[in-house]
Write a protein that binds this ligand. Structure first.
Ligand SMILES: [Zn+2]
Length: 106
């Protein structure tokens, strides 16, 4: 299995599917399934049963997207990019933009 490079709070852009072109923040990663949940992207209507807390009904919720359908959004390149990685002098491994070389992890 490929290691998931995206992390929570990453900004991503959707490159395929219904929400192609939409941008949002990763709110959850599901590495075992190869999926990510992106805020306000891929919204689906969910029918919920009434509970003591709510009266139920239809709520809009984010559905997970296949990780292959999103790319990291590089604010420098203003587009979706592939991620590379680089070893810093202090031994830390950081992610980089393969297009502009910008270090993406602080
Ligand atoms: Zn870049």
């Amino acid at each position: 299995m490929r290691k998931m490079k995206l992390r929570q709070d990453d900004e991503v852009i959707v490159i395929a599917g219904r929400d192609k072109g939409a941008r949002g923040k990763v709110i959850r990663t599901l590495p075992a399934k190869g999926r990510v949940v992106v805020g306000k992207v891929n919204m689906v209507k969910r029918h919920t049963r009434p509970t003591q807390q709510s009266s139920g009904g239809i709520v809009n919720k984010e559905a997970p997207l296949a990780v292959s359908n999103v790319q990291f959004y590089c604010s420098n390149c203003q587009s979706g990019v592939k991620l590379g990685s680089k070893l810093l002098d202090d031994g830390r491994k950081v992610r980089t933009c393969r297009k502009c070389g910008e270090v993406l992890d602080s």
